[in-house]
Ligand binder design. Structure first.
Ligand SMILES: Cc1ncc(COP(=O)(O)O)c(C=O)c1O
Length: 300
């Protein structure tokens, strides 16, 4: 990826219905979203010029806004078409798309009933360097300093910018301590997810266990990988997982649009050995996103 700042690049951005030069896509400092966190966004990947699960992402964007109490003034079909236009006009082959919707500037206070809702969509080249051997080393996770909140405390089903405040703080603390990322618990002390990806574990019996997503995103990648694991005949168990159970698991991996399938070698005091099941899912996911048919394999 380019080291250029994200506000200073060539290309075009779809901004409130128009394709405009990249550097002209701006918001005013007195935007409600900047002061009160009233924005929602998506992260989408493009593989070989094809957008992966575009409509699911557009639907989630619209739903995220609805959960925050605002209506994006475009339909899912219009957002899909605008996203495709951004990818086409910027000649994105392997890249990342960032749609963002936010409350504008008409009212500046907690109440923002009359504020205009804006939508922008940007995309940039971001190749996924697929090297299974490098991935199989696994990443190291710290224990996060913040917990996922109770859904009665925060709108946890929305991909709302404000919910990432605790993710950035937790990720920075982990990076400062030499880790790649952090595993977050939820408000009850149950295992939840990483700061920008869902989490899975493999036990000694070869079953795949993952926390029930009742206070964090049920990721599009999470659901894709559950489907791939079921296709291979693996048993998937969605349940409450407590942190003191981590020693019972052999393998661990994260899933997410950006993370894809990323094996984990360490979470705090617990060690994992990325093994056959992680490798199969890393490879199956790669084949799926690149549109190749998954060869049917028999797994006992
Ligand atoms: C906090 C969080 N959890 C989970 C995910 C995984 O979601 P998806 O697979 O839809 O990208 C993401 C990424 O969007 C995320 O930011």
């Amino acid at each position: 990826m380019s080291n250029l700042s994200f506000d200073d690049r060539d290309g075009t951005i779809w901004h409130d219905g128009e394709m405009i030069p990249w550097r002209d896509s701006k918001v005013h400092v007195l935007s409600h979203a900047l002061h009160y966190g009233s924005s929602v966004f998506e992260g989408i990947r493009v593989y070989g010029g094809k957008i992966f699960k575009l409509t699911e992402h557009s639907q989630r964007l619209v739903e995220s806004a609805k959960i925050l109490g605002f209506k994006i003034p475009y339909t899912v079909e219009e957002i899909d078409a605008a996203t495709q236009k951004v990818v086409d006009e910027n000649n994105i082959v392997d890249g990342y798309i960032r749609p963002v919707a936010w409350r504008g500037s008409e009212m500046m206070g907690v109440s923002a009933q009359k504020n205009t809702i804006h939508l922008a969509i940007a995309a940039w080249e971001w190749p996924s360097y697929f090297d299974p051997e490098a991935r199989m080393k696994g990443i190291r996770l710290d224990n996060a300093i913040y917990r996922r909140p109770n859904p009665e405390t925060a709108p946890s089903r929305s991909k709302a910018a404000g919910l990432y405040m605790i993710c950035t703080l937790s990720k920075h603390a982990a990076e400062d301590r030499g880790y790649h990322d952090a595993m977050m618990l939820d408000w009850r002390g149950q295992v939840a997810e990483a700061t920008g990806a869902n989490i899975f574990f493999v036990n000694k019996a070869g079953e795949i266990h993952t926390p029930t997503p009742d206070c964090f995103l049920d990721g599009i990648t999470r659901r894709t990988v559950i489907g791939l694991a079921k296709d291979r005949g693996y048993k998937i168990v969605e349940r409450v997982i407590m942190p003191d159970e981590l020693g019972d698991f052999e393998e661990c991996f994260l899933t997410g649009t950006a993370a894809e399938v990323t094996p984990v070698a360490e979470i705090g005091e617990y060690k994992f050995t990325p093994g056959d099941i992680s490798r199969q899912l890393v490879e199956d996911y790669d084949r799926t996103v690149r549109g190749q048919a998954l060869e049917k394999v028999n797994v006992a």
